[in-house]
Structures are given as structure tokens and as C-alpha cells.
Write a protein that binds this ligand. Sequence first.
Ligand code: ADP
Ligand code: MG
Length: 683
Amino acid sequence: MQKGKINVTTENIFPIIKKFLYSDHEIFLRELVSNAVDATQKLKTLASVGDFKGEFGDLTIHINVDKKKKTITVSDAGLGMDAEEIEKYINQIAFSSAEEFMEKYKKDTNAIIGHFGLGFYSSFMVSDKVEIITKSWKEDKKAHKWACDGSPEYSLDEVEKKTRGTDIILHIDDDSTEFLEDARLNSLLDKYCKFLPIEIAFGKVKDWKDGKEEETDKDNIINETKPIWTIAPTEVKDEDYADLYRKLYPMAEEPLFNIHLNVDYPFNLTGILYFPKIGNNVEVQKNKIQLYSNQVFITDSVEDIVPEFLTLLHGVLDSPDIPLNVSRSYLQSDANVKKISSHITKKVADRLEEIFKKDREQFESKWDDLRLFIVYGMISDEKFYDRAAKFALLKNTDGKYFTFEEYEKLIKAEQTDKDKNVVYLYATDQDKQYSYTEAARAKGYDVLLFDGQLDTHFVNHLESKFENAKFARVDSDIVEKLISKEDKREDQLTAAQKADLTPVFQSQLTNSESFIVSFESMGEAAQPVIITQSEFMRRMKDMSEMGGGAAFYGNLPDSYNLIVNSDHSLIGKILEKTETKLGKDVQKIREEKSGLSDERSVMEKAKEGKKEEEIPQADKDKLEELSKKIDALDTQRIEKLKKYGKSNKVVKQLIDLALLANNMLQGEELAKFVNRSVDLIKG
Ligand code: ADP
Ligand code: MG
């Protein structure tokens, strides 16, 4: 019997391995099984170059559990190790790489994707003793048994072993007995080993016999050794893609389409990406892509490897060229990873363009399920924007789809304003903005629909990308002004009439400081009163709500325009009534005011050219008194008009109708509106 001491500087790394990697103990199985796969493939390589001339026999890797002895054994019929190789690969190399791993790990606990690189020694995360029984493929070598209980001491003895290959026996410690359960092992094998290239047997196939489930003597193979992403795309059928998708995501809806990636220069990358039906929520869809390295599952968080928007896709990426035992920040700056990432982006865009060109109808039918993904990509990835601008679609409120180019052609003639900007009109809610949309369409304009989760950003983005273009939501102004053109209508009301009507309307606004009352000639057919919110203010508020900066605007109170249509007959009637009721009073105040104003003008004229100290104090006092009187008359006039306005139910009704059209009439005000309407109908 030979004893030795493993040559490491750290006295005992096992307690540290156990403590540091607590949540990742389960990877031991992946490490041991992939070592068994490696050993088997190395044997095949030896045979192919003619070094190994014997029979392979059955190369299946077996996993056995002995619940009584609390052991898990991983057995392979690979190339095995002789005594010197154990000394070299296990005592020296594996140990020093485990130590190196620990060094990296201490610096950055989240550093290593799937903690790849710990290798054989990860078995000590779940065991208090590990044994290796191995017999080399070289005929003249004796079999050996290596054992270690986690201290730096190990033993190495000659043993009897008839067959070539290696058994790794883990004596599971008391904290890790969960791994002795079949169900737990099955789920780990499914997660990490499902697509390994050598058959792996765990347990026996079960069969139904006389209504009972019974074990047959057939090995239960848990993996598929040739997953379709390792096969040339020309040899894969449509149903194979569907099968793989179901295997990866048993619960998911069928995907829209897929991309088969297959590159071997300048880096190795295979994989199949699927476009899922993305609803309207970006968050829940992420982290579905699985990353493999030579068919060994590594992780399902690939956000450091592909651009963020691509994490919305599903599927498999497999590349031995992604460095896996490095820190995340390093990974993102790695040249290979950058190349891989831009390659995938390009392929995704190419595939979408191909479908768009080949089958526009299909593309349109899938657009609503795809658009969030494409919009996300266009906003966040400059290169993807440039590619996608050729096939991205705009949908209008009629449900028709247009490319950017087509749409510009469609609206250019009607929707170019006097500054030569093409104005893109849009709605974000077809129901809420119905009347505005209809008004715009009645004028011959087209209205787009932007009702997606990312559309506030997308509108800003498109506006910055399109040349000589402006975007305006249909309710951001009255239809005449959405696209401002030269022809200005003759105004129906005089300045004095507007000045009198303003307090009448103000008097009936519950929240008067949030509204600015103004007058516009909108034609007799338009609504008598309309409420708009400026495009700029609304967008700033939307952005700050989404956390996109502009926090200052988020804190401002809402501000709206109450626009009175001076062409409307009802407004004419309100004016008439106001004049009959208050005309004389108001007229008197006006006359008095104009007398005082004249007096003031004369005095001010006399002051001209004089220095301050040359003006007699009496004159100064007189002027101040005049100004005060004029202000008081104004207040008096406004108060009178407001008092009258408050009693005018029609004014209130018109304001409420405008609020209602904007979904802004709620609660008590809405109830009052309903009652008042009934009263008005009763007459
Ligand atoms: P890695 O697999 O990255 O080389 P490991 O720590 O997993 O690192 O394994 C160290 C070495 O031990 C392997 O390179 C291999 O030479 C040897 N080894 C481990 N498991 C086996 C096995 N089942 N059969 C033969 N050799 C093995
Ligand atoms: Mg290994």
C-alpha cells in the first residue's frame, strides 16, 4: 500500500470548496459524467489513429446508486488511467486546477459561469470520501484504486479490475443525501447530461405489466447522443425542430420559426434558436436559451454572451469557443464572444428578412407576436436597427401593415407640414383615442397604432432616425394643428368676445389650474370643446414613468389645453346668452375702463422724456391709483362673468363631454354629469 501527500499550498481546500459553492453542489454530477464522456471519446480517438487495437465492447456510461452504502458510482469503459497517470492527472493537475479555481472564485463569487473548471474535485462538495478504481487501456498496466477522504493525504493501491475503464465512487456525506434520491438524480441528468454524445444509463426501463409498473432488464438511457444542432441543417426535417423544442420546453406554445446556426470558422458555434410568440411582456420571457459546450449543459443565463434583446429567443447555443471559467466582465470583452454575438445578431436579422421577402403574408400574420422582440432589438442595437429597418412593419389603426418606406410614400402628400416635416400620427389606445383618430381620418390622414410595451421609446427612436419627420399622438392637438399648414381660417370671435368667454368656461373647470383655455376656428362640424395634451409634455411624463430619465417632468402637474371651437353654433349661443345677460354690465365696465385707460395714456405721455425726480409726487400717486382702478374693473368684470358661467349648465355639459371623450371624467363628476344630462333631456 502506497500513501502520499497531495502537493498543495492550501492545507485543506475541501471545506472551502464546500462552503463557497454551497448552492452549486449539484454540478459534481455534470463534471464526473463529462469526464467519463471525455475518457470514452479519447479511447475512440486512440482507436482511430491506430494506437488502440482492441474491442470497444459496450461503451455506455453507468450511474449506480447504493442507498445502503450511501454511494454514487459513475463507471465508464473509456481509456482509464495507470498509476503514473493517476499521480499526474489526479494528484497534480486536477488538484492544482482546483486550487486555481478557488483563487479566481474568491475574487469574484459570481465570476464563473456554471462553475466550469472545478472538474474532478467538485466531487468533494458532496462526499466525505472519493475512490477511483481504474484500469488503463494499455494491456501491461495494472488496475489501481485511489482513495482520499478530503484531507491532502491519499492512498494508492493495486487492485483487481477485469475491464478497462474507470469507476468513480462517491461516499455521499450526511449533508448531501438528497443526491441519493432517484428523482433528484434524474432531474440533474436531465438538466446537464440530456444531450451528451455517449450513452448514459441510469436505472432500468420500466414497463407496464398486468396493470403494474415493472422494471425490465433494459438499461434506461437518459440522453440523446446526436441532438439536431450537431447535424448539418440540410439533414434536419421540420418535425425534428418541433421535437427538439418540445423536449426543451414541454409547456411552451409552438414557436413562430427557427434559425439553425452552424459555423466552424473563425469560431465554432452550433445551435438552434426559436422565435417564441412573445406577448406584451418582455420580462417573463427571458433566460430560456440554454448554453452548451460540446453538448454539456453549462447555463441558461446567456446575457453576457448575446445582446440583451436576443435573450427573448429560445433554444440552444453550443460553442467550445466561449471561455467559461472567466469572470463576466472578461467574458463581455472577449473578442471571440463579441464575434459570436454579432454573428448571431446578423443571422437573426437575415432570417427575418428572408421570411419577409419570401412570404410577406406569413410575416405579417406573425408580426404582432414578433414585434416586441424586433422593437427591442431596434432600440437597443444599432446594427440590428439598420438591418431591421428593411423589414420592420408599421401597423395602422385599420390593421394594415407597411414597411417604413411604404408608409412614408403613403402619407407624404397629405401629411407634410409647412416646415416640410412628414408628420406621423399615432394612437396608443384605439378605444380611448377613438374620436381623435376618427377626426384625423376624416381629414384624410392615416393613423398608426403604437400600443406596445416599448412604444414610448420606439416613437422617440424612430423620430431620431427618420429624416424630416415628426411623430404626434392624435390627441396632442386639434386636428387642424396636428399637421400645421399655411391656410389659416378667418376667426369668428373678436378679442373682446374671447376675453368674455374665457372666464365663463374657466368657472366650470373643477381643476382650473391644470387647464389653459383657448379658442380655435375648427369649423362647424368639429366638436364644440376639445381637450388636448401637448405631445412633448406627455412623452416626457411617459418616459419618466418608465424610468427613462426626465424625472423633472414626472413631478410636474398634468397640464391640458381646453380648446373652444369658435365656429361652433353652440358656442355662438353661449356667447349670445352671456351678452343678453351681462352685456350691459360688461359694456359699462368696459366703457369705464376705457375712460380710465385714456386718462392713464395721457398722463403717461406727459411723463415721457422726463427724469424720475422731475415728475411731481401727486402725478405719480394719481397714476398708481388709475392702474389700481383699472385692475379692479377687470377683476369685477371677470368675477361677474364667472358668476354667470357657474350657472350655465350647457358650458359645464360641453366641458364634461370633452373630458368624457378623453376618459378624464370619473367618480362624483361623472355621476353629476349623468344626472345633469337627464335634466337637460327633460328640458
Ligand atoms: P479536466 O476534465 O478539465 O481535464 P478534471 O479535474 O475534471 O479536469 O479531470 C482531471 C483529469 O483527470 C482529466 O484531464 C483526466 O486526465 C483525468 N480523469 C478524470 N476522470 C477520468 C476518467 N473517468 N477516466 C480517465 N481519466 C480521467
Ligand atoms: Mg473534467
